[in-house]
Design a protein around this ligand. Structure first.
Ligand SMILES: Nc1nc2c(ncn2[C@@H]2O[C@H](COP(=O)(O)OP(=O)(O)OP(=O)(O)O)[C@@H](O)[C@H]2O)c(=O)[nH]1
Ligand SMILES: [Zn+2]
Length: 214
C-alpha cells in the first residue's frame, strides 16, 4: 500500500450508535514503509542532481520520508458528542481553524484557515472535534474542494444537524511559490448543507460570520 492510498476512514453513514460513543476513535492506521521511502527519497534527490554526501544532507532522505509520512497520515481522535440537553438551536461556529494540507497534484502544501459550523439538532459535538476533523481530512493528498466537502459531509453524517457550513481559505504553494507564482493569491471554497444551504437568511448569516462575504 502506498502513502497515497491512505485516506481518512470516517465512520459510516447513519451509524448513530458510534456517534454517541465518546470513545469511538476516528481515523485509520496507515503503515508507511519508511525504509523504502527513505531509499526512494535518496534516489529522487540524486536524480535531481543533488549531492547527499555533505553533513547537512546526509540524513535528508530519512527526514524527508518521515516528514512526508507525517503530512500524509491522518491523526486519530476520539469522537465525543453530547446530547443537546438545552435544545441550543443557534449556529455553533469555529472560526480560523488552521489548515495544513498537501495538494495531490504537486505534493506541495496548501495552508490557510477553515471556518466550520453547524446548526445543532439532537446532539452537539465536543468543540475541539471541529478542529480535529479538519486535521483528519487535511492530512493526506487533497484538493481543496474535496477537503471542504468531506468535512461538511462527515459532520452531517455524525451529528444529523439541521445544517453544516464549511469555508476554507488557503494559499496553494504550488501556485504561489512556483509555476504561475501568483503571490498572495488565496482560494476560497465552501460547502453548505441543510438549512444553511437552503434558507437564504441562515446562509447569509453563516457566510457573514465567517467573513467569506467581505
Ligand atoms: N481544483 C484544484 N486545483 C488544484 C488544487 N491544487 C492544485 N491545483 C491545480 O492542479 C493543476 C495541475 O495542473 P497541471 O497542468 O497538470 O500541472 P502544472 O503543469 O504543474 O501546472 P501549473 O501549476 O499551471 O504550472 C494546477 O492548475 C494547480 O493549480 C486544488 O486544491 N483544487
Ligand atoms: Zn499543487
Amino acid at each position: 500500500m502506498t502513502l497515497a492510498d491512505h485516506r481518512p476512514v470516517p465512520t459510516q453513514s447513519g451509524d448513530r450508535r458510534r456517534a454517541a460513543d465518546p470513545l469511538h476513535v476516528v481515523g485509520d492506521h496507515p503503515s508507511a514503509d519508511l525504509p523504502v521511502a527513505e531509499r526512494a527519497a535518496a534516489d529522487f534527490l540524486r536524480a535531481l542532481g543533488l549531492d547527499l554526501d555533505s553533513d547537512g544532507m546526509a540524513d535528508t532522505p530519512r527526514r524527508m520520508a518521515a516528514a512526508y509520512a507525517e503530512l500524509l497520515t491522518p491523526r486519530e481522535f476520539n469522537l465525543t458528542t453530547f446530547p443537546n440537553e438545552e435544545g441550543y438551536d443557534e449556529l455553533v461556529l469555529a472560526r480560523d481553524i488552521p489548515i495544513r494540507s498537501m495538494c495531490e497534484h504537486h505534493l506541495l502544501p496548501f495552508i490557510g484557515v477553515a471556518h466550520v459550523g453547524y446548526l445543532p439538532a439532537g446532539r452537539i459535538l465536543g468543540l475541539s472535534k471541529l478542529a480535529r476533523v479538519v486535521e483528519l481530512f487535511a492530512h493526506g493528498p487533497q484538493v481543496q474542494e474535496r477537503l471542504t466537502k468531506q468535512i461538511a459531509d462527515w459532520l452531517d453524517r455524525q451529528l444529523s444537524p439541521r445544517g453544516v457550513g464549511v469555508v476554507i481559505e488557503a494559499e496553494h504553494l504550488c501556485m504561489t511559490l512556483r509555476g504561475v507564482q501568483a503571490t498572495g493569491s488565496r482560494t476560497l471554497t465552501s460547502a453548505l448543507t441543510g438549512t444553511l444551504r437552503q434558507d437564504p437568511r441562515s446562509r447569509a448569516e453563516f457566510l457573514t460570520l465567517t467573513g467569506a462575504t467581505r
